[in-house]
Design a protein around this ligand. Structure first.
Ligand SMILES: Cc1cc2nc3c(=O)[nH]c(=O)nc-3n(C[C@H](O)[C@H](O)[C@H](O)COP(=O)(O)OP(=O)(O)OC[C@H]3O[C@@H](n4cnc5c(N)ncnc54)[C@H](O)[C@@H]3O)c2cc1C
Length: 471
């Protein structure tokens, strides 16, 4: 008996009673998981396997009614709610103690309206659920580089697609949002109905409630000229310099990435790449082939070892960036750069292109500008990105020791490019907590007022909080 009394209560015991849990399970058509469940580790896992999420419970709703039940349960039991689609950006969330993880992965319905050129997607849809069905109608979505990124998480944070220089951030193409707020009510929000909340969710992230559906514009683009040029990593300096010069006069129809890419020696990786390291230029050109070939000529003169450019359906763009096909223990971080000068590239290559950066599987610079410049009147709180280029560096960290090595390499690269870093950060590429003003700048106060109106008790936890928890 005394042994029982002195045994500390494990912190994983949920902060509600068995009867409440039984009632919740009864009312939710989807799944409710708690730490005592045999498959708890699978239920709580994020796409980013290096993040060890330990919420009080996980709820996986099947429909909007389940979301409302879950939100009301959390409010009644003084839990916070962290909405999550895939867990691609689980890293900045931090401790989930006292938090319900609300995973939307069972809600993946997608409807394409080819006449109105609109998509309507449920909370848990992935980009691969949208791009194929849209392409069947000759339409393109402003999808990210990776097919299994969640549409909602990506779009609430902004969303830099392969079409971003011509069509802007994905958040600016949203036409309506359906959201369950802290009172458990479902609201449909658009430019006429609560325009302030509509402004806030388009770039403000997941701080306002659980988004159960998004509607957004699609564009009549069915094929593009796209591909990648590969050179051995020893060419990193001259190729990256040539790529930067090439970006200077480009039309908005061209979006490109310059990167260093190290392929692991895994058998599933094709022979010319397996175990080798490259400097790579990827590009998407919304141009006829003859124009694209003329534009690419300067880069092809550098005699790439591999050239994959061809006419490509917009659905196939999901493979262009060679992102991992499923969950990985990745660890990375990003930064917006005001400008990229020859000196910036020397600093980038000195880390990313040499053994100093060998823990980095990928270190990339995305060329921004054109329609991604901030200041669009019809945009949300994040109408564009305050930088000319976007950096992202990532390595694989299956163990704590490997994580320390990757983190050191990421930090080394960020320190090297620091003189050119913008004062702003991009929510979707900020893998560590950052002050809200670095994401939303002067709009942070206006955004905070929206949070305080729709969620006065601070029920919701976003991966990047608008109002710091201790305020
Ligand atoms: C391999 C890879 C490739 C990527 N490529 C791109 C790219 O090309 N362009 C780009 O811009 N970004 C890209 N990203 C970044 C990506 O956009 C962010 O990680 C984004 O947050 C992922 O959304 P998610 O729903 O999959 O992730 P999650 O971690 O599930 O969600 C992130 C956050 O979004 C919010 N959220 C998610 N669902 C809801 C909901 N239903 N209601 C309310 N809030 C919600 C929450 O605050 C949550 O913490 C990439 C990331 C990775 C790892």
């Amino acid at each position: 008996m005394s042994g029982t009394l002195t045994t500390p209560i494990p912190t994983t015991v949920p902060p509600f009673g068995g009867r409440a849990l039984a009632e919740l399970r009864e009312r939710i058509s989807g799944r409710v998981a708690i730490p005592l469940d045999p498959d708890w580790d699978a239920q709580r896992a994020a796409w980013t396997l290096s993040v060890d999420q330990r919420p009080a419970l996980v709820v996986r709703p099947l429909d909007v009614a389940d979301v409302q039940t879950a939100v009301r349960f959390a409010a009644a039991h003084r839990l916070r709610v962290a909405p999550q689609g895939t867990g691609h950006q689980a890293a900045p969330l931090g401790s989930l103690a006292g938090t319900m993880l609300l995973r939307t992965d069972l809600m993946r319905q997608v409807t394409i309206d080819p006449v109105a050129k609109r998509a309507r997607v449920a909370a848990g849809a992935l980009w691969l659920d949208v791009t194929g069905p849209a392409a069947e109608h000759g339409l393109a979505a402003l999808a990210g580089s990776s097919a299994d990124v969640g549409v909602v998480g990506y779009t609430l944070g902004g969303g830099v697609s392969w079409l971003a220089r011509s069509h802007g951030l994905a958040s600016n193409s949203v036409t309506a949002v359906e959201i369950v707020t802290a009172d458990g009510e479902l609201r449909r929000v658009d430019e006429h109905s609560d325009p302030e909340l509509f402004w806030a969710v388009r770039g403000g992230g997941g701080a306002f409630g659980v988004v159960t559906a998004l509607e957004f514009r699609l564009y009549p683009i069915s094929t593009v000229q796209a591909g990648a040029l590969f050179w051995p990593i020893e060419r990193a300096a001259d190729v990256m310099h040539a790529w930067r010069e090439w970006t200077e006069g480009l039309p908005a129809s061209v979006m490109s990435v310059g990167r260093v890419l190290r392929f692991p020696p895994f058998p599933e990786i094709p022979e010319p790449m397996r175990g080798r390291s490259f400097v790579v230029v990827e590009a998407v050109l919304q141009e006829p082939q003859i124009v694209a070939d003329a534009l690419m000529a300067d880069l092809r003169r550098l005699a790439p070892e591999i050239d994959t450019f061809r006419t490509t359906s917009v659905d196939e763009l999901r493979a262009l960036h060679m992102d991992p096909p499923g969950p990985v223990p990745g660890l990375g971080d990003g930064a917006l750069l005001r400008e990229v000068t020859p000196e910036t590239l020397d600093a980038f290559v000195a880390v990313a292109g040499t053994p100093r950066g060998e823990a980095l599987m990928s270190a990339e610079l995305r060329h921004l500008g054109a329609e991604m410049a901030p200041g669009r009147a019809d945009g949300g709180v994040v109408s564009g990105l305050d930088g000319a280029f976007l950096l992202y560096a990532v390595g694989v960290a299956p163990t704590r020791e490997a994580g320390a090595v990757v983190q050191a390499a990421v930090d080394d690269l960020l320190a090297a490019i620091a003189p050119w870093r913008s004062d702003a950060d991009y929510l979707n590429f900020a893998e560590r907590p950052v002050p809200p003003t670095r994401i939303w700048g002067d709009e942070t106060d206006r955004l905070s007022r929206v949070v305080e109106r729709v969620d006065p008790g601070r029920l919701f936890r976003s991966n990047h909080e608008v109002v710091p928890p201790n305020r």
